[in-house]
Write a protein that binds this ligand. Sequence first.
Ligand code: GLN
Length: 484
Amino acid sequence: MFNYQTITAYHQQLRLGETTCRDVVQFYVEKIEANNKLNAFVQVYKDEAFLKAEDLDNKRKSGCALKKLHGVVIAIKDVICYKGHSITAASAILKDYIPLYNATAVQLLLDEDAIIIGTCNCDEFAMGSTNEHSVYGKVLNGISNNHVPGGSSGGSAVAVQMDMCMLSLGSDTGGSVRQPADFCGVIGFKPGYGAISRYGLIAYASSFDQIGIFGKNIPDVGLLLEVMSAPDEFDSTMNISLPPVLFIKNNTSDEKTRFCYFTEMMDHPSLDKEIAQALFQTFEELKKAGHAVEPVDLKLVDYIVPAYYVLTTAEASSNLARYDGVRYGHRTQQALKDLTTFYLQNRSEGFGTEVKKRIMLGTFVLSTGYYDAYFNKALQVRKMLVEHMAMVFNKFDVLILPNSPSTAFRIGDNDKDPIAVYLADIFTVFANLTGTPAISLPLYKHSNGLPFGIQLMTNRGDELTLLQISDELMKNSHHPDPVK
Ligand code: GLN
């Protein structure tokens, strides 16, 4: 039976004739069908994937060289446009919406002969931390079906966790790739702001959103980044100073790394003691290997989550204004007397509760009278955090953080206390406020049986160091495959 390790090993198997793209697609389609109850996929492009696989098999037989992602089976979150395929942001308001163009990231994958196997379930408009807010229903964690996979890219995380694809794309506005990766025991990588074009990514909060990658090994994740980080004239916020080639080579230098951590985060009262302990243990191991690991202050810790929710809801209220039932989105069947009532009805029927809550909050913080008190204050916090990060990365190479205060929540546990769920974003939103690259690595298993990870961050534009250090940590860890 097909056994996936890395893209390089897979390509070798193809060259030696040990497998074919068709067999591989068959393998993943069977996995998707077997895991149907987890509800990770919204659409599966089975016939199309077989056709593409056969085409690639023929190309190879006729002697064509393999492109970088030849036959690599990838799933995408239901917020990333794939031309001619329905994309809905897991919302009733975008039901039956078919994009007319490919997101740049998707186009770049296709140009390298990747096979898009389907779209993955998520929280509506990528707003959430549990994948319980989707018009398609909740996604279950494959390790324990009583637990959430995390969110908002829960479907993409479970797709990789349960081997329903080789890699998947998510989006990360405040942790939606790293936190589900943490809860599911896979790698979740959010590149720095501007590393991958946002063109064709359905916007939640544009100055925070980034497409991110789920995978099981660092070289694959690095290769996907290399392919998707090509400059794009359709996204003026792209960081063009990013080195074009990021592929992870074997790090042969024995240069020591300067790690640091925020005392206020590692000592945070919400952080599970066992998670803190595991991270401190890793600090000791790093020190033994000759690296420096030092504490740093973060006085602004209590302002991180409020600043994030003020700014992202403000941006969301503006971004989601386009779904009015005229330009985009669901249109009511009711006959209404005026335009305002018509808009109101379209939006009331189309959006779910969480999205409505955030639109209202965002409109409130932007309104005259509250703008200075909330929106401007949050912008000031963001600026101070960016300045603080510049200072930190002047002295250190890598910042270490937890991903989430706890392991995966039980399904339904947070219904009564939505603020508690917002507060649990404390360790992930920081990277989006500051635009830095960040990754979650599945290094640990809790005594409750659930996986959890470590989060690493580097300076903006330094994805290479982040991935290189991650590769070392993954290789040196005795991390168990959480699914087996
Ligand atoms: N949990 C965060 C939120 O609900 C993260 C969302 C995201 O990254 N898309 O805003």
